[in-house]
Ligand binder design. Structure first.
Ligand code: AMP
Ligand code: MG
Length: 473
């Protein structure tokens, strides 16, 4: 058995990028789940992680040899309002590891105690959000969506105070980096050109080694994020808090708070309890993203050109690439969902048409797309309040000769349904982790129908419906 070997490149950046700080110890930690497959990918020994020394690391009770814990500083726009000082308020980046394939991984504890960036918060996380992030981020990974990952979840043996008393938890989150649009905004707001340059070089090396300079970075992030949001849309995923501090520079899904997958399709669907005006509704996501990218662009301007007019013009040209990049990605995702490998312009209308009908007929998003992949489309038809609306559309769709194999590979048989996630959390809060394990296990194979997951595939009954999801805060 071997302990991890850390190499901490972020900790070697200048002091202004973070506060060096150890996690705060917890009373009585216990392991809930360890992601052994991911551990191996990262070059971590799962057996070692399962020992007392492993638990000590995953709970923040002992800083492993070679780690250099720190809380990262960043800023951001939250619901459109500027916060000049955010940062890891409840997380410590323990250190970095290199997997056998040469990939870099940040190892971060989330819920590990207060930091200088905690503002009014306690630096802790309730167990519920830890379980939700574990389930949903690992589901996203299995669905092929770029995302931060979950290596482990532990209970702390402590109580945290939210609306009520709740058990505490810590998630070990891993990702190639935790650099956000808000990290760039932090240095831009300070007019710290050196800081911006250092961060740009670091981000390029970590995420886009083939891109060059601040403009190259902007273009790479724009492309990666356009593809990411199109991928979310194709799965009915709603992030819930697309603030600039939750927009990852590597194009990963990050910060699973009040996120959710839609059950019945509606473009204006919102779940987040803190999103009162629907700023981050399903259909708003692609536009919000371009707003966030514009914030990144404006942060990068001083590096793009010393002549500010030229800098603005160059940045605008890159941002203009977002719309076509998103539309192409959207069409190719939804084309695949309809079994069309090379969608053409007319397929946009075909897709929009069925989506409108789905909204009008309260059709379950995931069940519908899975059902059309079956040989007999009756089950898809039956999802409509007025099935003849499906028939009209299906006739046109059939002329496109849909490929069932492509549909089965693009339309998941299983997503983490809100009511199942909530049930896993509620059981977890009483110390019963069986539903959490079952759901997490099942979601590792999201594209295969099998009898033992039938209940997890089903749409919620009226009384099971989840109307709101909540942040970790
Ligand atoms: P989020 O919207 O979850 O991405 O969080 C926004 C900011 O609030 C981040 O800087 C978090 O670190 C911070 N934060 C969230 N919850 C807590 C907490 N319980 N204690 C301290 N800081 C927190
Ligand atoms: Mg955040």
């Amino acid at each position: 058995m071997s302990a991890p070997h850390f190499d901490n490149s972020y900790a070697r950046l200048p002091d202004k990028f973070y506060t060096k700080l150890d996690p705060t110890k917890v009373a009585n930690p216990a392991l809930i789940r360890l992601n052994t497959g991911l551990a191996e990918q990262m070059g971590l020994d799962p057996d070692w992680l399962g020992t007392q020394a492993g638990l000590d690391m995953l709970s923040g009770n002992q800083v492993p040899v070679g780690a250099a814990p720190l809380a990262q500083v960043y800023a951001g726009h939250q619901f459109g309002g500027w916060s000049g000082q955010l940062g890891d308020g409840r997380a410590n980046l323990l250190g970095e590891l290199e997997g056998p394939d040469g990939h870099h991984w940040d190892l971060q504890l989330k819920g590990s105690g207060p930091t200088p960036y905690s503002r009014m918060g306690d630096g802790r996380s309730a167990l519920g959000p830890v379980l939700r992030e574990y389930i949903v981020s690992e589901a996203m990974a299995a669905l092929g969506v770029p995302t931060t990952r979950a290596l482990a979840a532990v209970t702390t043996g402590e109580i945290v105070l939210r609306d009520k008393r709740e058990p505490g938890g810590i998630l070990t989150r891993v990702a190639p980096s935790h650099i956000r649009v808000g990290t760039f905004q932090f240095f831009a707001a300070q007019q710290d050109i050196d800081g911006l340059q250092t961060l740009t070089d670091y981000t390029l090396a970590r995420h886009y080694p083939d891109a060059e300079g601040a403009l190259g970075l902007l273009k790479a992030v724009t492309d990666a994020q356009a593809k990411l949001v199109a991928h979310w849309m194709s799965l009915g995923f709603i992030h819930g808090v697309m603030n600039t501090d939750n927009t990852h520079m590597g194009g990963l899904t990050i910060d699973y708070g009040p996120c959710a997958f839609m059950d019945t399709y509606h473009p204006a669907k919102v779940f987040s309890s803190i999103d009162q005006f629907g700023r981050y509704a399903y259909q708003a996501q692609p536009e919000i993203l371009v707003w966030n990218l514009a914030q990144l662009a404006s942060s990068l301007l001083p590096l793009i050109d010393s002549n500010s007019d030229k800098a603005v013009e160059a940045a605008q040209t890159v941002l203009q690439g977002y719309a076509p990049s998103y539309s192409n990605a959207w069409l190719s995702r939804f084309g695949a969902k309809l079994g069309i490998a090379a969608p053409v312009k007319d397929d946009i209308a075909l897709t929009q048409d069925i989506l409108t009908k789905m909204a009008d007929n309260l059709v379950d998003f995931t069940l519908f797309f899975r059902a059309i992949a079956q040989e007999d489309p009756t089950s898809a038809r039956d999802l409509f309040v007025d099935p003849t609306q499906f028939d009209d559309w299906a006739e046109r769709w059939q002329t496109r000769m849909p490929d069932p194999a492509l549909m089965r590979a693009s339309n998941p048989a299983l997503i983490p349904r809100n009511h199942q996630v909530e049930a896993a959390i509620q059981a977890g809060n009483t110390g019963d982790f069986a539903p959490f394990h079952r759901l997490t296990d099942a979601l590792q194979d999201p594209f295969t129908d099998r009898p033992e997951i039938t209940d997890l595939q089903a749409a919620p009954r009226e009384e099971q419906l989840v109307h709101q999801t909540f942040c970790g805060t």
